[in-house]
Design a protein around this ligand. Structure first.
Ligand code: SAH
Ligand code: SF4
Ligand code: F3S
Length: 460
């Protein structure tokens, strides 16, 4: 184990050699923003750095390398990172040898521009360049040269890299990278590049390994998992293979695009007990005119038809969605149509956003003509409506029993535990002699719009 530094100043002259034997602690601190794929990428980064003698730390004070894994999806996601960099400046003041890097989607979007804007930054690496981290760090230490690597790849999936995960109950696993959909509002196709999938065998063997490491749940990740393709196999085949390989592991996935969610996928989810009966299917808007402008490639009718099929084939399914409000030219009528589709589908949960124009996207050219106050009014209506729906749906679960995998201590009280139902609803319960990782049956005795509360009936 390397010695760690705690705010100790390392003279620059001691940093002339690489390979860690230079007084520089090999502790890496990564702060992650954005979607689950970014969290999974941070584990890949820790895996790559781990192989090169670095160990991850959650304590920024003892790190010698600080990386921020960033998100560009909305403007405020980027602003938060700039604010954070202002705070991080103090670590560099205390110890100029500390290395600060911006990785992930913002690195890919802004490239060299980040150096110009924030001089505290030493490294900028896009999501397909993480293998270069150790050598760019060595080079920086050797020559003082800042490191920039932002090429996107058509093949990189990090299939051979074992992510370095924290011990836990649930794991993320990226099965594909990139997105080819080019929805008009979205930066992801530019920050993540073209779609590519990991080979099915690699995914299945990692899922088996996770089970051997005592993970109880895995979430298969992709910006658009329906595009997964490995040889003859599609995403439904991948789910089937995983479900059969580890029959007791709970398996989730996210995200599906409504354009190409197949009947085969719905039937596969219905068939296997360990595939969670939970589908996140972002609708974005309830107006066909707006969907067209968003280049989502489906209509409200097509979307509702998929929802009908899902509800028919998986009767106890939980559904969630993403909604953008205040997209360019959205009228009060368009907004009402969004409220209507929410009422019609009766989602269990929703992630709701104000439209944030992103440079280079198609929608950027359309402009951002909905006033901030209007966006705020509409998002409040959307959030309130969803709250009511969630509250009502959850109240119907009173008295029902669910199998829960205990994930840890509740944030509300250290005497309570939390876990989730198959349908991804958080449940809080008394400890009752159980511990993290155990499967229990819980009877629900209280609910609100966000959480279920229950008592443990028995251990399973
Ligand atoms: N691949 C996923 C979405 C990933 S981004 C999918 O298509 O389902 C997560 C969500 O962020 C999107 O579903 C959308 O609702 C929201 N989002 C993306 N770009 C946005 C923007 N420019 N402004 C506001 N919200 C946006
Ligand atoms: Fe963005 Fe659309 Fe791709 Fe989702 S499917 S990541 S919203 S471009
Ligand atoms: Fe953000 Fe990049 Fe994910 S833009 S949402 S971190 S793919």
């Amino acid at each position: 184990m390397q010695e760690s530094i705690t705010n100790t100043y390392i003279p620059l002259e001691s940093l002339t050699k690489t390979n860690g034997d230079n007084g520089l602690s090999k502790k890496l601190y990564v702060e992650t923003y954005g979607c689950q794929m970014n969290f999974a990428d941070t584990e890949i980064v820790n895996g790559i750095m781990g192989k090169n003698g670095y160990s991850p730390t959650e304590n920024i004070d003892e790190s010698s390398i600080i990386l921020i894994n960033t998100c560009s999806i909305r403007e405020n996601a980027e602003e938060r990172v700039y604010q954070r960099l202002n705070e991080i400046r103090k670590y560099k003041k205390q110890n100029p040898a500390i290395i600060v890097g911006i990785i992930g989607c913002m690195a890919e979007r802004l490239k060299r521009g980040i150096f110009n804007k924030k001089s505290v930054v030493d490294l900028v690496l896009g999501p397909d360049e993480y293998r270069k981290l150790p050598s760019l760090i060595d080079n920086l230490i050797d020559s003082g040269e800042k490191g920039l690597a932002v090429k996107l790849s058509r093949v990189e999936t990090y299939d051979d890299i074992m992510p370095l995960r924290k011990d836990g109950i649930t794991a993320w696993l990226s099965v594909m990278r990139g997105c080819d959909k080019f929805c008009s509002f979205c930066v992801v196709p530019y920050t993540r590049g073209r779609e590519r999938s990991r080979p099915l065998e690699g995914v299945v063997s990692e899922v088996k390994q996770l089970w051997a490491e005592e993970f109880k749940e895995v979430t298969l990740l992709g910006q658009n998992v329906n595009s997964y393709s490995s040889g003859e196999n599609d995403f439904a085949d991948l789910l089937k293979s995983c479900a059969e390989a580890v029959p007791e592991m709970r398996i989730r996935f996210t995200t599906s695009h409504p354009q190409d969610l197949s009947m085969k996928l719905i039937e596969t989810i219905a068939k296997y007990d360990n595939l969670c009966k939970y589908i996140h299917l972002p609708v974005q808007s309830g107006s066909n005119r707006i969907l067209e402008l968003m280049k989502r490639n489906y209509t409200v009718e097509h979307y509702l038809n998929i929802i009908d099929n899902i509800k028919k084939i998986i009767p106890d399914v939980s559904l969630s969605t993403d909604i953008i409000t205040g997209f360019c030219s959205e009228t009060e009528d368009d907004h009402k149509m969004t409220l209507n589709i929410m009422k019609e589908v009766q989602y269990d949960g929703a992630y709701m956003f104000k439209y944030s124009p992103r440079e280079k996207t198609k929608a950027w050219e359309l402009g951002d003509d909905i006033d901030e106050e209007v966006k705020t009014k509409r998002i409040i209506e959307i959030v309130e409506l969803q709250k009511g729906i969630s509250e009502e749906k959850n109240s119907k679960l009173l008295g029902k029993e669910y199998e829960i995998i205990i994930e840890g201590i509740s944030k509300k009280s250290d005497k309570m535990l939390f876990g989730r139902t198959d349908g991804n609803k958080t449940v809080i319960m008394d400890k009752n002699g159980t511990k993290t990782g155990e499967k229990v049956t819980v009877r629900i005795n209280k609910t609100n719009s966000a959480t279920l509360f229950g008592e443990i009936i028995h251990k399973n």
